[in-house]
Design a protein around this ligand. Structure first.
Ligand code: NAD
Length: 501
């Protein structure tokens, strides 16, 4: 079923030839069918791509930023035109429901719009000089070649978050998508090339895709010509990649795993909480970096909330993500299913009571992995709870004192997203304060997932510390120069130093 839809989508994007006869099989999580075979890049081809990107950068940095914005505006237009087709391809390659596939493309459009505005706002400061007849200022310049490494679960948006900003800032981009989702990348590249053609004067190879697994990523990581490596994926990947980039004094922007919690306080609006938690914990089949994995609920409302969640989970429509009405699609592959089952076994051994988690639709799809999202009532925050399992498992823990809830929230190695459902203003303000949540994202009365592009996105601790998307994240794609200009006829030295020659 997915094979024929994919073929027509690949034809539509004009990338069918690149998706045939290669070494890398691409499988749709929807039915486990092989939908393409993509050619991978050798180390030599990656080096050539980087050299081409370097040449593109040298030309592009001279184009005024507002004109660079025009290219990104055209990219946004092309994405608007292709929203349906690209959203469908995202769903086929990742297994996320169509509405989320379309939402991912909308996010790309939104970041393009944001970047276009930004192209006239790459501001530096003017700073008071201590010397008479002097002026100080900051200027921001592009970095050069930006390498983007992305995870399977956001196969298009992560590229757009990085590229829209990187290109407006004057850089060239080399993108290595997840080996599980190269087709979406090929389609994005085709869309970018259409925008570049309409723009007319963009240098060739301003944005390129290189296909392959970890080794291809490593070649990008080790190349000194890549000024910034923006890498999204597991903490394991970031732990390997970060030091490698640092060894050559390159910059890295890391967007790694999360272990996100929701606190539900006694004053919470439980209707809101149920909706927020079910979307964030079970939606996308638990395969968002911001998915809710831990629920920390006050003992006075625990039973009521957990009963409502169990009821909602039991009725969740799990199935083909392309069909209207489905809310939970499949896990990405067999390894992901094994990871989920092994976490559930470990949680049981640690005293957890598991509801759900079983495989579904196995007869219909022996090589696709549909599951009932799981709720696991835990006696405490055990080792298993403290790990990120990239699957729909919601660990539930009770609390009595608000300080204990905060302690549990922060007592994990990851620091991406967090939220509190409460109508007690003192609690919510403490949650958002310096002694509250230690995450990069802290929300009140909404879930942990589904961030808007206007804010800076990313997290602390093992999540890697990177920030992408909105706010002033653009600075990550530029280098800062401090300039001092002397418009006097004297040469006074800073700090009153005398050096008369
Ligand atoms: P993954 O770490 O297996 O792979 C991510 C990417 O890194 C892939 O392109 C892969 O080929 C590449 N890679 C792996 N090892 C590498 C190495 N040593 N050097 C260079 N490249 C390497 O992750 P995944 O399974 O695709 O995605 C799921 C993970 O990503 C989860 O942990 C999730 O939380 C995380 N994630 C984080 C964010 C965020 O913004 N914080 C967003 C999406 C996903």
């Amino acid at each position: 079923m997915t094979t024929s839809i994919t073929s027509s989508l690949l034809d539509h994007f004009g990338v069918a030839a690149a998706a045939r006869g290669g070494e890398l099989p691409v499988v749709s999580p929807i039915d486990g069918a092989e939908i393409a075979r993509v050619r991978t890049h050798s180390a030599g081809q990656v080096a050539e791509a980087i050299a081409r990107a370097q040449a593109a950068f040298v030309a592009w940095r001279d184009v005024p930023a507002p004109q660079r914005g025009e290219l990104v505006r055209l990219l946004g237009e092309e994405l608007r035109a292709e929203k349906e087709a690209l959203g469908k391809l995202v769903s086929i390659e990742t297994g996320k429901i169509l509405s989320e596939g379309l939402g991912e493309v909308q996010e790309m459009i939104d970041i393009c719009d944001f970047a276009v505005g930004l192209s006239r706002q790459l501001y530096g400061l003017t700073i008071a000089s201590e010397r008479p007849g002097h002026r100080m200022m900051e200027t921001w310049h592009p970095l050069g070649v930006v390498g983007v490494i992305s995870a399977f679960n956001f196969p298009a948006a992560v590229w757009a978050w990085n590229s829209a900003l990187a290109i407006v800032c004057g850089n060239a981009v080399v993108w290595k998508p997840s080996e599980k989702t190269p087709l979406t990348a090929l389609a994005c590249q085709a869309i970018f090339e259409k925008a570049a053609k309409r723009f007319g004067s963009a240098p060739q190879h301003l944005s390129q895709v290189i296909v392959g697994g970890r080794e291809v990523g490593e070649t990008l990581v080790d190349d000194e010509r890549v000024a910034l490596v923006s890498a999204t994926g597991s903490t394991r990947m970031g732990r390997e990649l970060g030091p490698r980039v640092a060894r050559r004094f390159g910059r890295s922007l890391l967007e790694l795993g999360g272990n996100n919690a929701v606190i539900v306080a006694p004053t919470a609006d439980l209707d809101l909480a149920v909706r927020g938690i079910v979307f964030a914990a079970a939606g996308t089949c638990g395969q968002r970096c911001t998915s809710t994995r831990r629920l920390i609920v006050h003992e006075s409302v625990k039973e009521a909330l957990v009963n409502r969640l169990k009821k909602a989970y039991a009725g969740l429509p799990v199935g083909n993500p392309l069909e209207t009405g489905t809310l939970v699609g499949p896990l990405v592959d067999a390894a992901s299913f094994e990871g989920m089952q092994s976490a559930l076994r470990a949680a049981r051994d640690e005293g957890g009571q598991v509801t759900g988690g079983e495989r579904l639709l196995q007869d219909q799809h022996p090589t696709a992995y549909y599951v009932r999202p799981a709720i696991v009532e835990m006696p405490g925050q055990t080792d298993t709870v403290r790990r990120e399992t990239f699957a729909p498992i919601l660990y539930v823990m009770g609390y009595r004192e608000f300080e204990d809830a905060l302690r549990l929230q922060n007592d994990v190695p990851q620091g991406l997203s967090s939220s509190i459902f409460s109508n007690d203003m003192r609690e919510t303000e403490v949650f958002l304060s310096a002694r509250g949540s230690d995450c990069g994202i802290a929300n009140v009365n909404i879930g942990t997932s589904g961030a808007e592009i206007g804010g800076a996105f990313g997290g602390e601790k093992e999540t890697g510390g990177g920030r992408e998307s909105g706010s002033d994240s653009w600075r990550n794609y530029m280098r800062r120069a401090t300039n001092t200009i002397n418009y006097s006829r004297e040469l006074p030295l800073a700090q009153g130093v005398r050096f008369d020659v």
